[in-house]
Design a protein around this ligand. Structure first.
Ligand SMILES: C[S@@+](CC[C@H](N)C(=O)[O-])C[C@H]1O[C@@H](n2cnc3c(N)ncnc32)[C@H](O)[C@@H]1O
Length: 290
């Protein structure tokens, strides 16, 4: 009950919030930076792609389906959907990501567009997929309404997002380090909680508000593999937007302590000379009504 009220208040706040523009512009500038897009592709693409088989299964994707990959980044999900026999399209609000996707998968159509104002007609798609895009949206309710709108009746939606902070060590330890040795209050435009979408109760309420039914979820035990603790720090600092911005705004002394904390935490996940940081994700699926 309490989480239902909290979700509703949060939705109302973000629906009306003029600050949404600030967060959207911040994320747009970050992902629009070609160096960030390339670094994400190099360091995180392999981690997030581990969810794709479950996403494709959850969306019941079949040959001939028309599928949309929202917040497509370099296009991994669109490529997998196409491989499954679907007619796939990718959309992302970053021109740099769309360029990278076009270079990586030249035979797939990628379009620049916002998840909260999808450039598609009502009822165009059998399935919509979204891999790790939700934590970057200022107004997830708007994005869910748009997702619902572009689906055909009985269409399927599947998304992947990091599990909550107690499980997703890869990202939670970055925030643990900053809380322990620096400050999270560095003047960034406020945005929704990064870990919300890996919580099935939160997901069910958010999807129900948009009209979705049959919500279910599966946890996927993703692992973030790095060659050294410093490679992990480099990946976060160069291949993310919000986490990198918080890190990059620390004082030099605090940043040195934060990095030392992260080196020690990553070192604890050593396996045969490499490092395997647990970073599970939740794949959630839901249906549009007939
Ligand atoms: C963490 S990356 C995920 C990329 C890819 N889907 C994957 O699975 O690795 C987040 C992506 O969401 C895109 N994005 C963020 N906000 C968006 C928005 N409002 N509309 C469309 N794309 C957005 C970013 O440009 C970025 O490519």
């Amino acid at each position: 009950m309490l989480s239902a009220i909290t979700g509703l208040l949060s939705a109302l706040r973000w629906n009306r919030c003029p600050r949404c523009t600030g967060f959207r512009n911040f994320e747009h500038a970050g992902w629009g930076n070609e160096a960030v897009a390339i670094s994400y592709h190099r360091h995180l693409g392999e981690v997030t792609s581990g969810c794709i088989p479950e996403l494709i299964r959850a969306a019941s994707l079949k040959v001939g389906d028309k599928a949309l990959d929202v917040a497509c980044g370099a296009g991994y999900v669109a490529a997998a959907a196409r491989h499954r026999g679907a007619e796939a399209v990718g959309v992302d609000f970053s021109a740099a990501q769309v360029r990278l996707a076009e270079q990586t998968y030249p035979d797939i159509r990628f379009i620049e567009g916002d998840a909260e104002a999808l450039p598609f007609s009502d009822g165009e798609f059998d399935a919509v997929l979204n891999a790790f895009g939700l934590p970057h949206l200022p107004n997830p309710d708007k994005a869910m309404a748009e997702t619902y709108r572009v689906l055909k009746p009985a269409g399927r939606f599947a998304y992947a997002s990091w599990c909550d902070a107690t499980k997703c060590i890869g990202f939670s330890m970055v925030y643990d380090a900053i809380r322990a040795h620096g400050s999270l209050d560095v003047g960034l435009p406020p945005g929704p909680n990064f870990f919300n979408y890996g919580d099935l109760n939160y997901a069910t309420e958010m999807l129900s508000r948009a009209g979705f039914t049959n919500v279910s979820a599966t946890e996927v035990p993703l692992v973030w593999r790095v060659s050294s603790p410093d490679a992990f720090i480099d990946a976060v600092s160069s291949g993310t937007v919000r986490a990198a911005a918080v890190l990059n705004r620390q004082s030099p002394e605090n940043l040195a302590s934060i990095k030392q904390y992260l080196r020690e935490r990553v070192s604890s996940f050593e396996q045969n000379g490499a490092y395997a940081v647990p970073s599970p994700a939740l794949v959630v699926t839901a249906h549009k009504s007939n």
